[in-house]
Design a protein. Structure first.
Length: 772
C-alpha cells in the first residue's frame, strides 16, 4: 500500500464514490425517524419555525417599506433566535439546513424526519468524501474500509439521524482538513486554499466547538508548512508574509477590541436582553468584510504581476492562513441575519457566552465511571469513552493504522496530518472543557479514526498476503479483512438499533456491562422512540397526568411530541401544583438522578422499556402515582446530601506554581455536585425504636397527631424540604408515609444503597423493587 495522487477504483473515477453514496443513503434514509425526539431538537425546531416566518416575509416583500420592516434590527433579533443566550445559543447554519430539507420533504415525510434529512445528507457526504479522498490516494480497500467504518459506528450513525449541530460540525471539520491538505500539496490548488477559509466560516456558523478545527489546521501550518514557504521564498517571502498578514489582521484586531469594549458594557449573558441592552457600537459590522477586500486585492496583484517574486509566487501555507483571516469573518457575519444590524454589540454577547461558557450557561451534570460531575470530566474521559463506544474491530484496525502511520511518516505525511486532527478533541477533553453527552462533542474525531481503520485493515491484509507468499495478489486478503472489520461493526449496528446512542462495545461488556461499570446508559431521550411511545399511548389511563422526574430533567421533548401527535392529546404533561400525585417520566439518565428519582427507579414502574438491544436494561419508564407518593415520602424521610471531598494533588509548591494544570491529573479542580447521603438520625430511630416510629407515622397519616408523642418529631423530619411536599402527601396519599416508614424499618440496607449510589440501582440488585 503506497500513496498516489491518482489511484482509482475503476476506469470511471466517480463510479465507486456514487456507489458508496447510494449505499450510505440506503442505509440511513429509511431509519431517519427510528430514534426518539432528543432533548435539543425541540429548541432547534422552534428556531427553524421562527426563522422560516422571516423567510416568508422576505419573499412577500413588495416595497422598500416591506424590506425595511424585515431588516429592522428588532425584527432580525426576533426572527433569528440564534447565537445568544436563550433557547438556542448556536449560530443558524445547521438549523437552516434542517429547515431546507423540511421545505423539500415535509409534504411527504413527518415533521421531525424531514428536518433530520439535513443531518442524514451531511453524514452521507462525510462518508462519500472520506471514501473518495482515500481511495484516490491509497486504493479501493482503504477507502471502502474507512467509509464502512464511519457508516457503521453505532454512535456516529445515531447522531447522523438527529437534527442537531454535531453532524454538520463533523462534516465541515473533515472537509476543512481535506481542503487544507489539497491546498498544501496539490498543484494549482488556490481554490482549495480559499475553500479552507470558507469552511472555517461555515463552521463558525454551526457552533463554536466546530471552530476548533483551527487548532490542528494552524498547528500543521506553523510546524510543517509556513517554515517551508518562508525558507523557499527567502527575504521576499518574509516581506509578503508580514505585510499581507498584518493588513488582514489589522481590521480584525480593531473589531475585536471593539467587541471587548462592548462586552464590558453588557450584563452577564444570562441577564442580557439584546432588545433592551444595546450599547452603541463605534464600528459597523462591515468592518468584518475588510479582510476579504484586502485578500482580493492581494490576489489581484498576483494576477497582474505573475512573475513578481513578491506577488506572483505561490505560498500554500500562507495562502491558507490568509484565506482563513479573509473569508471566515465575512462568512460568519453574513451567515447570521441577526448580526446584520448592531453587529458588534451582538457579537460581543456571543463572545461573552462562549468565553465564559462554564458560568454563562447552566452547569450540565455528567455521569462517568460511577460518579457525577459538573461541566467537565477527569482528564482521561475522551480516550476512555472512545475506547468503549467504538466497535472493537474498528478499534483494532485503527490501532494497526496508527502503527502504519508511524512506519511511513518519512515518506507519507497524510496519516500524521490525520492523526493531528484525530487527537485534537480528545486532547482538549483533558482540559476543563464541556464533556457532557458521551462522545457527542467529539464527533469530528471519528472520520479520522475511520481513516486509520482503513489503513490498518489494508496493512494487515498485505502482511497476511506476504506471509503466505501471495504478496503480489493482496486483493482477496484485503477484501476479507475489510469484510471482517466492517462486518463486525455492521452486526453491532444492527443489533443495537434504534438505541445507537446507548451503544457500548463488547470490550466493556456491551450496554449492560458499561452501565454496571458506571457509564451512562442514556442521556438524550432518544429511548422514547416510536415503539416506546406506542406502548405508552396504549397503556396510560385516559387523562393521566405525567410529570417530569425532577428539576434536572425539565425537557421540552414530551410537549413537542404531543404537539406533533406522537403522544396522546388527553395526557396532561404539566399538572398543576397541589394536585394528586401524577405519573412520572423516568429515563435511565444517571447524571440527572436525585434522591426522588433514585427511589423511583428502585420501584416497579407502571410501564418500562427493557429492550433486548440493551441487554434487558430498563432505559425508559413511566412510574405510577402510588410510587411517586412513596418515593416522595422516602425522600423526605430518609435522604440527605453532603459536600464532596476536596481533592488536592500532591504537588510541590514549585510545580504547582509553574504548571498548575498538572493538578488536573489527580482530579483537582473538577466540579462536583453534593454527594447523596442518608438522614442518619432517622435510620437510627428506625433501628432503635421501630414501634415508636410506626406509631408516629400512623398518627400523621390518620390526621391524629395527638395519638403519638413522636408524631411532631416525625412531622419536622418530613418538613425539612419545605411545607409543600408534606402537604401534598398529607392531603392526597398520607398512607405513603406509613409505607415509607415500614420500608425504612424492614429494608434499611437496601434504602441506604439506593440513596447513596450516585446513579440508579437496578431493583434486582437489592432483592426486588422497593414497592413490592
Amino acid at each position: 500500500m503506497s500513496p498516489s495522487d491518482r489511484r482509482e477504483d475503476g476506469p470511471r473515477p466517480w463510479t465507486g464514490t456514487l456507489i458508496v453514496l447510494a449505499v450510505s443513503l440506503a442505509a440511513t434514509v429509511p431509519t431517519t425517524g427510528d430514534l426518539g425526539l432528543t432533548w435539543d431538537e425541540p429548541a432547534y425546531r422552534y428556531s427553524q419555525i421562527v426563522s422560516g416566518q422571516w423567510w416568508e416575509q422576505l419573499a412577500s416583500a413588495r416595497s422598500r417599506a416591506d424590506l425595511d420592516a424585515v431588516l429592522d434590527p428588532d425584527a432580525l433579533l426576533y426572527y433569528w433566535p440564534y447565537g445568544r443566550h436563550g433557547i438556542n445559543f448556536h449560530p443558524p447554519l445547521s438549523g437552516q439546513l434542517n429547515l431546507l430539507t423540511f421545505a423539500a420533504f415535509g409534504d411527504w415525510m413527518k415533521d421531525i424526519p424531514a428536518r433530520r434529512m439535513a443531518s442524514v445528507f451531511e453524514y452521507v457526504i462525510a462518508i462519500a468524501v472520506l471514501y473518495r479522498f482515500l481511495a484516490r490516494r491509497y486504493g479501493l480497500w482503504v477507502g471502502l474500509t474507512a467509509a464502512g467504518a464511519l457508516l457503521t459506528m453505532p454512535r456516529v450513525y445515531g447522531h447522523g439521524h438527529l437534527a442537531g449541530t454535531d453532524t454538520p460540525g463533523m462534516t465541515l471539520w473533515l472537509l476543512t482538513a481535506i481542503a487544507s491538505w489539497k491546498g498544501l500539496t496539490g498543484p494549482n490548488a488556490a481554490r482549495w486554499r480559499a475553500a479552507v477559509g470558507v469552511l472555517v466560516g461555515l463552521s463558525f456558523l454551526v457552533k463554536m466547538a466546530a471552530v476548533m478545527v483551527l487548532l490542528p489546521t494552524l498547528a500543521w501550518l506553523v510546524v510543517a508548512s509556513l517554515p517551508r514557504d518562508l525558507r523557499r521564498g527567502g527575504r521576499v517571502a518574509w516581506v509578503d508574509a508580514i505585510l499581507t498578514t498584518a493588513a488582514l489582521l489589522a481590521p480584525l484586531a480593531v473589531a475585536f477590541l471593539e467587541i471587548r469594549r462592548l462586552a464590558e458594557l453588557l450584563p452577564e449573558p444570562a441577564r442580557t436582553n439584546l432588545f433592551a441592552q444595546r450599547p452603541e457600537g463605534r464600528l459597523p459590522g462591515a468592518i468584518l468584510l475588510a479582510p476579504l477586500a484586502i485578500w482580493a486585492s492581494r490576489r489581484l496583484l498576483g494576477r497582474l504581476f505573475p512573475h513578481s517574486a513578491l506577488w506572483g509566487e505561490e505560498r500554500p501555507g500562507l495562502e491558507i492562513l490568509w484565506a482563513i483571516l479573509a473569508f471566515s469573518p465575512a462568512v460568519g457575519w453574513l451567515g447570521n441575519p441577526a448580526w446584520w444590524r448592531e453587529a458588534l454589540p451582538r457579537l460581543a454577547h456571543y463572545y461573552m457566552l462562549n468565553v465564559g461558557r462554564e458560568g454563562a450557561l447552566p452547569d450540565i451534570r455528567i455521569y462517568y465511571l460511577g460518579e457525577t460531575y459538573l461541566f467537565s470530566l477527569p482528564w482521561h474521559n475522551g480516550w476512555v469513552l472512545m475506547a468503549v463506544t467504538v466497535p472493537a474491530s474498528i478499534l483494532f484496525a485503527a490501532a494497526l493504522g496508527l502503527g502504519y502511520a508511524l512506519r511511513v511518516v518519512r515518506r507519507d505525511r497524510l496519516p500524521l496530518f490525520f492523526l493531528v486532527h484525530f487527537l485534537t478533541l480528545p486532547a482538549l477533553r483533558m482540559l476543563p472543557t464541556p464533556a457532557h453527552d458521551g462522545i457527542r462533542l467529539m464527533l469530528p474525531s471519528f472520520p479520522f479514526l475511520a481513516a486509520f481503520a482503513g489503513w490498518g485493515a489494508v496493512w494487515l491484509a498485505d502482511g497476511l498476503a506476504r506471509l503466505v507468499r501471495r504478496g503480489n495478489r493482496p486483493a482477496p486478503f484485503r477484501a476479507a479483512v475489510t469484510a471482517l472489520v466492517v462486518g463486525w461493526s455492521t452486526v453491532q449496528l444492527v443489533l443495537i438499533h434504534p438505541f445507537e446512542l446507548s451503544y457500548y462495545n463488547r470490550l466493556v461488556g456491551g450496554p449492560s456491562g458499561a452501565w454496571r461499570r458506571g457509564f451512562e446508559l442514556s442521556y438524550w431521550y432518544d429511548a422514547f422512540n416510536p415503539g416506546t411511545l406506542a406502548e405508552i399511548n396504549e397503556r396510560m389511563p385516559v387523562g393521566a397526568a405525567i410529570a417530569v422526574t425532577n428539576a434536572y430533567s425539565q425537557v421540552p421533548t414530551f410537549d413537542e411530541l404531543q404537539s406533533l401527535g406522537a403522544l396522546r392529546g388527553d395526557l396532561r404533561l404539566n399538572p398543576e401544583a397541589g394536585e394528586d400525585f401524577p405519573h412520572v417520566w423516568l429515563l435511565t439518565h444517571d447524571s440527572k438522578a436525585n434522591a426522588y428519582s433514585r427511589l423511583l427507579f428502585a420501584m416497579e414502574p407502571s410501564y418500562e422499556r427493557r429492550p433486548r438491544q440493551l441487554g434487558g436494561l430498563r432505559v425508559a419508564a413511566v412510574s405510577g402515582p402510588d410510587d411517586a407518593a412513596l418515593a416522595l415520602a422516602l425522600q423526605l424521610l430518609a435522604s440527605d446530601s453532603k459536600r464532596p471531598p476536596k481533592v488536592e494533588a500532591p504537588l510541590p509548591d514549585w510545580l504547582r506554581g509553574a504548571a498548575p494544570w498538572v493538578s488536573r491529573f489527580w482530579g483537582e479542580g473538577l466540579a462536583r455536585p453534593e454527594e447523596p447521603a442518608v438522614n442518619e438520625p432517622v435510620f437510627a430511630w428506625a433501628a432503635t425504636d421501630p414501634e415508636g416510629l410506626r406509631a408516629a407515622a400512623r398518627a400523621l397519616a390518620g390526621g391524629r397527631e395527638a395519638d403519638s408523642a413522636d408524631a411532631p418529631a416525625l412531622r419536622s423530619v418530613l418538613l425539612r424540604f419545605g411545607p409543600a411536599f408534606y402537604a401534598q402527601l398529607r392531603d392526597h396519599r398520607p398512607g405513603a408515609i406509613v409505607d415509607a416508614v415500614e420500608l425504612l424499618i424492614e429494608r434499611p440496607g437496601d434504602l441506604r444503597r439506593v440513596l447513596t449510589t450516585p446513579g440508579y440501582t437496578e431493583p434486582d440488585a437489592i432483592g426486588g423493587p422497593l414497592d413490592r
